[in-house]
Design a binder for this molecule. Structure first.
Ligand SMILES: [Zn+2]
Length: 295
């Protein structure tokens, strides 16, 4: 009996102390996303109802990134994790550990319902290292029609986690989808005269984009490895044959080899970012860059 009273007393004490001493609890949804473009979707759909944090920082490479200790702490407090779900190495390596750390973390798969394409980065001579065989291309978000599907998925995940504000999330998603349809139409219009054209990228991130707009992506690198001198020469030869003068590079990949290819073709490198936070603005910039290189 005495023991029970003591426990009750302790419980009251605990409740009181947590009520008075702790900082005001942040009632907003704590959302963690793996890559920056997903933060744009999460932020737009949640509005002021969520705090969105990104795992792979600007310039970080999601194919090799490892989280920092403070990011692991942040995960412990998160309620929703938005992953790309398309085979990004960072997620494949770390998701099991994230869930072990925070078993109540809900995971939302941004690629749900999206038709993934096979890695189109096979090189000129059909070279394809065995790791790459039948590997799906993870960069699906770079096609705005897939962006529309991401918007629906994120809104549904947020509505499930916070049903009280479900209508708000769904309405935000509708507004965002309208914006993305306009974006898609404007890119389509810009690139229509260049239909069938080829562009050369160092890292093969733009396969979905090329597929959506009738362009052809030629990739120098595949599987994240340095090219051998022979492969470098093959890329240079093919680019020369196709009259290509621009090598597209992304900020998260070393551009030393890309520069060598560029000088080999008497051309230049230009940066397009597959991971920028400003999703529509970045796709517009990339479209200008591809248009300039193709015309
Ligand atoms: Zn990539």
């Amino acid at each position: 009996m005495m023991k029970r009273v003591l426990w009750a007393f302790l419980a009251v004490l605990l409740a009181l102390s947590s009520g008075c001493n702790s900082q005001p609890r942040d009632e907003r949804m704590q959302v963690v996303v793996s890559i920056q473009p997903l933060a744009w979707f999460a932020g737009r759909i949640a509005g002021s109802r969520a705090v969105v944090q990104v795992m792979v920082p600007p310039g970080g490479n999601p194919h090799t990134y490892e989280p920092l200790p403070r990011q692991m702490t942040m995960l412990g407090n998160a309620s929703l994790f938005l992953k790309a779900g398309s085979g990004v190495e960072f997620e494949l390596d770390w998701m099991p550990r994230f869930l072990k750390l925070n078993p109540s973390l809900r995971v939302c798969d941004a690629s749900e319902g999206v038709r993934l394409l096979e890695m189109g980065g096979e090189a000129q001579d059909g070279r394809r290292d065995h790791n790459d065989n039948h590997r799906m291309d993870p960069h699906f978000w770079l096609d705005p029609s897939n962006g529309i599907m991401i918007a629906d998925t994120v809104a549904r995940c947020m509505a499930e986690g916070d049903p009280e504000h479900a209508r708000e999330y769904l309405a935000n998603a509708e507004a965002l989808k309208t914006e993305l349809r306009e974006l898609d139409a404007s890119i389509r219009k810009t690139l229509a005269p260049l239909h069938g054209g080829s562009f050369l990228v160092f890292h093969p991130a733009w396969g979905y984009y090329a597929h959506a707009y009738g362009l052809r992506q030629i990739a120098a690198e595949s599987g994240g490895k340095e090219l051998t001198p022979r492969q470098m020469q093959q890329v240079i030869d093919q680019a020369r044959n196709e009259g290509i003068r621009v090598v597209f590079v992304s900020p998260e990949f070393s551009s030393a080899q890309a520069s060598t290819i560029a000088s080999g073709i008497g051309g230049l490198t230009r940066s397009v970012d597959p991971l920028a936070l400003d999703y529509p603005g970045n796709l517009r910039l990339a479209t200008e860059a591809f248009r300039d290189a193709l015309r």
